[in-house]
Write a protein that binds this ligand. Sequence first.
Ligand SMILES: CC(C)(COP(=O)(O)OP(=O)(O)OC[C@H]1O[C@@H](n2cnc3c(N)ncnc32)[C@H](O)[C@@H]1OP(=O)(O)O)[C@@H](O)C(=O)NCCC(=O)NCCS
Length: 296
Amino acid sequence: MERTNSKRLDSFELTIADIAEADLDALHALSMSVGWPHRAEDWQMVRELGKGIVARDAIDRVLASAMWFNYAPDFTNIGMVITSPRLQMLGAGLWMMNHVLARTGSRAIGLNATRSARRLYGSLGFVAERTVYQCNGEAVAPPEGSLPPGTRLRTLTRDDLDEIIALDLAAYNADRTHVLARLLGVSKGVALVRGDRMAAYSLCRRFGRGHLIGPVVAANDADAIAVTRPHVADHAGSFLRLDTRQKSGAFAEFLAQSGLPVFDTVTSMSLRRPWLVEKTGSETPIIYGLATQALG
Ligand SMILES: CC(C)(COP(=O)(O)OP(=O)(O)OC[C@H]1O[C@@H](n2cnc3c(N)ncnc32)[C@H](O)[C@@H]1OP(=O)(O)O)[C@@H](O)C(=O)NCCC(=O)NCCS
């Protein structure tokens, strides 16, 4: 029998299937294979909130994934794009993305690209817009600070959903009601109230290695800090994460002082129309913290 030191094996034959049919543990194994922190529960959550596809080999192993989250009226966020390391650089990522683009039609698309994916998306026409700073670490009790004058904090309840949706829509420019409704049910939420109006809100939930603060929506750094501080205080001593596009300024400094330095960056990219329209005027709310990179 021939026993050489190298042998060429047949390449994989992949078929596309609906992610809803994939085994949760297989998805979890796939994301772990590329070093992502998602738990099976985190996969379960994104599967409830979006649509997706997986690529399976001949013996039904899940070797790639891609998801998209449709927000009203015509915006889609793409996420959870993964190719198993043994399959990378062979065109599977591009093949999956072409399937996703065919299924999302003419909708405007946003995504947060890791370094390894940026060129792939660029080759599909996606344009880089902003950097997202993934800030995480062991939280430390945040520096003391007073609330902005004329404001108070309160805990969110399910009854606040409509007000959160309105604030989020003004900041995100697309309606992600179903995401917010689901996250509110599993998060601790804080609102900053000015007069009788909600000026800022934040949610915090279990995710990955610990807890994640997001979304955070506010019109300025002081308001954003006010709704973020209680979550940092709650989780002092344990792993905490917040993804933000704030590179510098009071909010970025607050995160660094809270034990959440920049751990990694990704790039927000868009297709068909600009996504992150610059806001002028301090009254307009913006996204200070992402729900997750996949959900935007
Ligand atoms: C990003 C990721 C999905 C890309 O998947 P992939 O299957 O390697 O993607 P592709 O093979 O289609 O393309 C990757 C590169 O390989 C190149 N390539 C494709 N076919 C090739 C071939 N036959 N020979 C050599 N190179 C090839 C592509 O040109 C591309 O290079 P470029 O982007 O520098 O032009 C994968 O690397 C991954 O899962 N990374 C970890 C998780 C992650 O970061 N996901 C992205 C979230 S936004």
